[in-house]
Design a protein around this ligand. Sequence first.
Ligand code: NAD
Ligand code: UDX
Length: 480
Amino acid sequence: MVKICCIGAGYVGGPTMAVIALKCPGIEVAVVDISVPRIAAWNSDQLPIYEPGLDEIVKQCRGKNLFFSTAVEKHVAEADIIFVSVNTPTKTRGLGAGKAADLTYWESAARMIADVSKSDKIVVEKSTVPVKTAEAIEKILTHNSKGIKYQILSNPEFLAEGTAIEDLFKPDRVLIGGRETPDGQKAIQALKAVYANWVPEDRIITTNLWSAELSKLAANAFLAQRISSVNAMSALCEATGANISEVSHAVGKDTRIGSKFLNASVGFGGSCFQKDILNLVYICECNGLPEVADYWKQVIKVNDYQKSRFVNRVVSSMFNTVSGKKIAILGFAFKKDTGDTRETPAIDVCNGLLGDKAHLSIYDLQVTEEQIRRDLSMRKFDWDHPIHLQPMSPAAVKEVSVVWDAYEATKGAHGICILTEWDEFKTLDYKKIYDNMQKPAFLFDGRNVVDVEKLREIGFIVYSIGKPLDSWLKDMPAVA
Ligand code: NAD
Ligand code: UDX
């Protein structure tokens, strides 16, 4: 029986290995992690991440050919193929701080593999890493090899959270990069055989190592760039009376452009886009390409602009102050169908409003109070460095309450901000909500989920990103 071990039981390692176990009954899959609580959760009824469809698969395979364990060294030693799916956060200090990827976790995993291995291994980069990382990993492994042969493959993951299982079942493509040597090609074929259990062969692309590593950063940069492009247009729509939904629809109908990923929003979030673009920027700078670095940097700048523009719009609409006013925040996760809050735009929007002394009442379907409070008190980039977590600052969270019901969150509020596109927010009883709010009642839709005209009929003053402005908002000072 082929044995696979995956180091890192996170948002990628957990779902990816669960699907491999489901689709390949002849393979034994062990997912290992240094985090004891995370592994305990994977072995319980309350999985550590929320992902539609994941529970059923884990229930079906766990204890048969899928195991979650903290016995990292044992499972690594026994495996034929080792996936490394550890976090690769942005560096917070030292050379490249604020941009470069921190490979501390990756390097310690590689050193551990070198220490405990007693047989030849295929080591697969599943984490998103800077181009050329495989070369560094190869050096760590071979300098400590004790005669053991290692083949490094790059097999970046393209799943999106909230649709991870769907994406893993039917990937647009699986990308495998390896050395162009006979041994390298053999390793590529071995990994290809795993995916071929359910992925059609024409969807499995093989390349050299550096193309695979760079393609992952490039794909995320292209996706994020589309969102910043449409968000930049949304600002112009508001200034001119054009409607971003109509513009997106018209632009996306061009088959060369396509309709996906053109939804204007309060800004993109998630653990990948910002981190990977910053990493790309750093790589460009290190390769003497400042113009290319500046081009990609702009994608992040527009994203930051979109978040601060939203906060400014809220404050300026509400008579230039939200001090002491109750603002209901509907949605805190970075997108619907996940409880993940990493880099969620809600953090910057909430902090912006708290900076203006607002009182926030926050409701999300999946995010816990503990998580929200931690997010609002953490320093930038610290979220992905669990070992260095900063203590909470009580002053920063005092004006925040977290509730488990949208009606409770909005009761007595002066304004509502919708920050995640949860389906529930489309079907709330907005008349009931309006009746229980302070007047004038404001609603700021950061995800374009509500029916603006209907809400205006009820009496709300509505702002929806990139949509023609309410006459009330037109009379307010311009938003920069
Ligand atoms: P995560 O933080 O959810 O999981 C990483 C896990 O690795 C953590 O549980 C951590 O405890 C564990 N870990 C760290 N060092 C370890 C070590 N030495 N030994 C054992 N375990 C260790 O991260 P994630 O979201 O799963 O992302 C992992 C990688 O995949 C990142 O490089 C990310 O960029 C990439 N990626 C993420 C997504 C996504 O949607 N989240 C999608 C594609 C690619
Ligand atoms: C992303 C990539 O899509 C995935 O391929 C990669 O493997 C990891 O990074 P993820 O971050 O999980 O996935 O979610 P995604 O659906 O890409 O959304 C990212 C952010 O962009 C979210 O905040 C989402 O709300 C926002 N978004 C997305 C928009 O604002 N508008 C859109 O049109 C699409």
